[in-house]
Design a protein around this ligand. Structure first.
Ligand SMILES: [Zn+2]
Length: 321
């Protein structure tokens, strides 16, 4: 009997060991490269930055066309609505709009949650010249594309932490969408481990290809952790500190409201693109191959961070950037 029992115990341990090895643990970069393609990155980017999206502003309705595309994309890639129809509604300047929030796998309130986000809106149609549509390809169809591609990739696996995706409304009207969602998460006691935001990743960083910089670089160990997984991926940009970019995108509300690491990845470094908030910020000007590499590297890095539950912590020393 004793023998049988110990034999069973060994069997149980063996099978336990086998099943505890997640597919993400053995995931290699090559697999990510095969699954996240430049063709699809290009398709999403060109769709979101098309003239028919009218600069993705809620006032002229273009934002809602973009939101409908995103909703279809989430639905068809196994990303469930976190709120009904994915929508978290808000009113900005008397206009109703909504963030879109998707959930990967099951949501368990006992677990920590990782949030991956980007703002979907842009500034619409302005002026009376020939080209009056502000397509916002870099700002921020590129970041939205990253969130969709990374979401689709992550949705293939089971995760030990909750993973949520957010496409924010009304960033260009003063970070309104993210402010609202951060407050809602606080009210609903959603336990965020950290938030990663994507903003303007369509151009190649001057320091090299397949690189981004992180805003608030020293505010947490996030950049260091990412660089351990993907060496040299995350850079420090002096201008990000100088212009306090940490406070100028949707990550900031989550830091401020929830006191968690919440930072933005970007490759717009003030030297590599002359069309920030100009009508000429168009899809054809993006470096698609490099942008796709950034998305692949970010997806690989986030997969490892989430799978290994690597602790991301704020640096207690303030006034760091
Ligand atoms: Zn932006």
């Amino acid at each position: 009997m004793q023998k049988v029992l110990s034999f069973l115990l060994v069997l149980a341990l063996l099978s336990c060991k086998k099943s505890s090895k997640s597919p993400v643990e053995t995931l290699n970069y090559k697999t990510v490269q095969q699954q996240i393609t430049a063709k699809e990155t290009q398709h999403i980017l060109f769709t979101l930055a098309a003239d028919s999206m009218k600069g993705r502003d809620s006032k002229n309705g273009g934002y809602f066309k973009a939101a409908a595309f995103v909703t279809d994309y989430l639905k068809s890639n196994n990303i469930q609505p976190f709120y009904p129809e994915y929508r978290d509604s808000l009113v900005t300047d008397s206009l109703v709009s909504y963030n879109l929030v998707g959930q990967i796998g099951d949501y368990d309130p006992q677990r920590k949650t990782v949030l991956i986000g980007a703002h979907l809106d842009h500034i619409g149609i302005r002026g009376i010249e020939d080209d009056t549509i502000y397509n916002g390809a870099n700002d921020n169809a590129s970041g939205s594309t990253a969130v969709l591609q990374i979401g689709k990739f992550l949705a293939q696996y089971q995760w030990k932490q909750n993973v949520l995706l957010a496409l924010f409304a009304d960033e260009e009207k003063g970070l309104k969408g993210a402010q609202q969602l951060a407050k809602r998460f606080q009210n609903e006691k959603i336990d965020l481990a950290y938030m990663v935001n994507f903003e303007m990743i369509g151009k190649t960083l001057t320091t090299g290809s397949n690189q981004v910089y992180m805003t608030g670089y020293n505010r947490s160990n996030m950049a260091e952790v990412m660089n351990t997984i993907a060496p040299d991926f995350v850079q420090f940009l002096p201008q990000a500190k100088e212009f306090n970019l940490f406070q100028r995108s949707d990550n900031y509300s989550f830091f401020k409201q929830l006191n968690i690491p919440a930072q933005t990845l970007s490759s717009f470094d003030f030297q590599n693109y002359a069309y920030y908030h100009k009508a000429e910020d168009e899809a054809a000007k993006m470096d698609i191959e490099n942008m796709n590499q950034i998305i692949q590297t970010a997806a690989f890095t986030l997969a490892k961070m989430i799978d290994q539950k690597i602790p991301i912590q704020l640096n207690p020393e303030v006034d760091l950037e």
